[in-house]
Design a protein around this ligand. Structure first.
Ligand code: 6R9
Length: 646
């Protein structure tokens, strides 16, 4: 992503002061020995045995990685295991009466399951699925919101060696139909409806429409979530009736090869077409268990809460598989952070004495906007560690999170990863490393990454470039394992590497700062700016909640910066605009000062909470908007278009 003219231009994000983890945290951390980096390096790839050892294998692997000199890569190739066994059965001797899952829906609506109860549920549903005729390697599509039955059906599938494909419940009938078609799935599990911000979504109607659009016969199992009086015709089953019919039955977990597919998921579609990603049973599970242990510091006695939706990879890896593999208590929430009140999240943290909380920058920016009085009205002293994922987190948001949620004490881990990586690759280890607000951290032990220029050469310290992963990792998906989807990266150079298509800089301590998707970078008068450096400068201005910058065609400079800014609403816009311009000028330079600053109550975001800069680029250039199915808040588009200068 860098041009030659950029050499030597350090970003404003370098040399931040580092904050050491507090001694009380280090003392109790799962991983606190600083030698872990050297040890993993010396022993690579055998170091990953430490991750595999967190699971219980049917046949323990004797080999760690095959194919390191060429494709295909096979992690733990001769090991066999079952994910449902390692996430449930093996915990029974020690903690059958401990909670595995706490579920919170609307206020006053909650349920919980001990490991023994989860075992019973998963076995009954696995028996029911088997009764419906599904077998190992079939694909079952699941179209449910964050309800306990979602992880139950996922674990029931993997118990049988069936591949699950969870489709985010907020997706349309078309998006569901496309995925049903592409996966060749002939069984769909859904529900009558669910509440979103207090109003009912007719989920079964969407499922009906998708079913009609698919050529193949698709059987549908419908969970009664809202007590709506839905009609179940031919090809439909009632979830509770089916479950009750098989209650008390047990199903032996089917041993799977480590390299067999555990599940399929489609990428969240921030940029282009969603793409199918298949994750493996042994490599993926080892990687999510290890990162839950080493980065999120999860312990069996913890109550751990990742506030994501299971429909995205974050929910698969860090609500379901990672925490359950470690035998902890995982919290699942079906609701929004501001309904019925803006302290909903903190109410839940207090009620269950949550130890570790993992959320996204988009949520943190909303919490900041709503004000510190909401967290301040609850006892959050149970929290030990905070995490963030999904987008770069700017320094003010990082500091606010640590101060107002973490009591100024909790370490904060900024974890970088993707649907394609399966699990965290880049973060600080909270029991080992100092934190630098705004920088994600170093590649985890055993992970090798770099920042390169367009010729594939490493850029110097402080220079912007493209992130690359230069060694295979256990959580890598089937497509990378076998060579599909190497993309431009592999064609470019020597050896193997994977291009996540993110921009980054690296500082003298080896800490990486993420700069956003490389597609989003803006070239003004021959100089390339990352969205992150511009947006960070704008977000640091008092009165700004968040900002997104895009490039618009410009007669003289080629491209001009258009900044879309969501204000707190507490200061005059003209004054705010002037302070934004000054902040960009002093942090980056006059060439980057926005040509237009457009105020908007909300930025356009994907359903997974990421800013959709592609749409803003279209708006800024007066172009057609293209596919907007991933957009969560289409209602703001008209306003954005009319507020953008011609
Ligand atoms: C887990 C998830 C992946 C893209 C990724 C990057 C952005 C994720 C980040 C981050 C900066 C972080 N991203 N974590 N950027 N700092 N800590 O979000 O997966 O939905 O596939 O998105 O999200 O751009 O390439 P996915």
């Amino acid at each position: 992503m860098t041009g030659g003219d950029e050499a030597g231009r350090a970003t404003a994000l370098d040399d931040r002061p580092a904050i050491d983890p507090p001694a009380w945290f280090v003392e109790q951390a799962n991983v606190s020995e600083s030698s872990v980096y050297d040890r993993f390096e010396r022993e690579w790839p055998d170091c990953w045995r430490r991750a595999a050892d967190l699971l219980e294998w049917h046949e323990p692997p004797t080999d760690v990685l095959r194919g390191a000199d060429g494709l295909p890569f096979e992690w733990f190739p001769d090991g066999t295991l079952n994910a449902s066994h390692t996430c449930i059965d093996r915990h029974l001797p020690e903690r059958k009466n401990q909670l595995a899952l706490i579920w919170e829906g609307h206020v006053g609506e909650s349920r919980s399951y001990t490991y023994r109860e989860l075992y019973r549920e998963v076995n009954a549903v696995a028996a029911a699925l088997r009764g419906k005729g599904v077998e190992a390697d079939d694909v079952v599509t699941i179209y449910l919101p964050n309800v306990p039955e979602l992880p139950v059906v996922m674990l029931a599938c993997v118990r049988l060696g069936v591949i699950h494909n969870v489709v985010f419940a907020g997706f349309s009938a078309n998006a569901l139909a496309e995925r049903l078609e592409r996966t060749g799935s002939s069984l769909l599990v859904t529900c009558d409806g669910y509440y979103r911000r207090g109003s009912a979504v007719a989920q079964k109607n969407k499922a009906d429409n998708a079913r009609i659009a698919v050529e193949r016969d698709v059987d549908v199992v419908v969970l009664d979530r809202l007590g709506l009086d839905v009609h179940l015709g031919e090809g439909y089953d009632d979830y509770d009736r089916l479950r009750a019919e098989y209650d008390g039955e047990t199903v032996d977990p089917v041993p799977r090869d480590a390299t067999d597919t555990l599940f399929r998921i489609y990428t969240s579609g921030t940029t282009g077409q969603p793409k199918a990603v298949d994750h493996t049973t042994g490599g993926y599970l080892s990687h999510v268990a290890w990162t839950s242990h080493a980065v999120l510091d999860v312990k069996p006695e913890d109550t751990y809460w990742c506030s994501a939706d299971i429909g995205w990879i974050t929910g698969h890896s860090y609500i379901v598989y990672g925490p359950l593999a470690l035998g902890t208590t995982t919290v699942l929430y079906n609701g929004t952070p501001d309904h019925p009140e803006k302290d909903r999240i903190w109410e839940i943290v207090e009620e269950y004495a949550v130890d570790v909380f993992y959320t996204a920058p988009t949520a943190i920016r909303a919490f900041m906007k709503w004000g510190e009085r909401h967290p301040a009205s609850h006892d959050l002293s149970s929290l030990r560690l905070l995490g963030t994922v999904g987008e770069p987190i700017d320094e003010p948001a990082w500091r606010w999170y640590r101060e107002h949620i973490g009591g100024g004490e909790c370490p904060v881990v900024d974890t970088w990863w993707q649907t394609e990586t399966g699990a965290i690759l880049l973060s600080t280890l909270p029991g080992v490393d100092a934190m630098k607000p705004g920088a994600a951290g170093k590649p985890l032990p055993g992970i090798e990454m770099g920042v390169v220029d367009s010729a594939g050469e490493p850029v110097g310290t402080g220079n912007a470039g493209e992130l690359v992963v230069t060694r295979p990792w256990p959580g890598m998906p089937q497509s990378l394992r076998t060579g599909e989807g190497w993309g431009a990266a592999a064609a470019r150079g020597e050896g193997w590497h994977y291009s996540p298509e993110d921009g980054a800089t690296v500082d003298g301590d080896g800490y990486l700062t993420l700069l956003g998707r490389i597609d989003d970078a803006i070239n003004v008068a021959g100089r390339r700016f990352s969205t992150m450096e511009l947006e960070s400068a704008i977000a640091s201005v008092d009165g700004v909640v968040e900002a997104a910058v895009v490039g618009a065609d410009h007669a003289t400079t080629g491209t001009a910066v258009y900044a879309y800014v969501s204000p707190t609403g507490t200061c005059a816009e003209a004054d705010l605009q002037m302070r934004i311009e000054r902040a960009v000028e002093s942090a980056i330079g006059s060439v980057a000062v926005p040509e237009a600053v457009v105020f908007t109550p909300e930025l356009p975001k994907t359903r997974s909470g990421k800013v959709m800069r592609r749409l803003l680029t279209a708006v800024a250039n007066g172009e057609a908007l293209g596919d907007i199915s991933a957009l969560r808040n289409p209602e703001i588009l008209g306003e954005l278009q009319s507020a953008t200068p011609e």
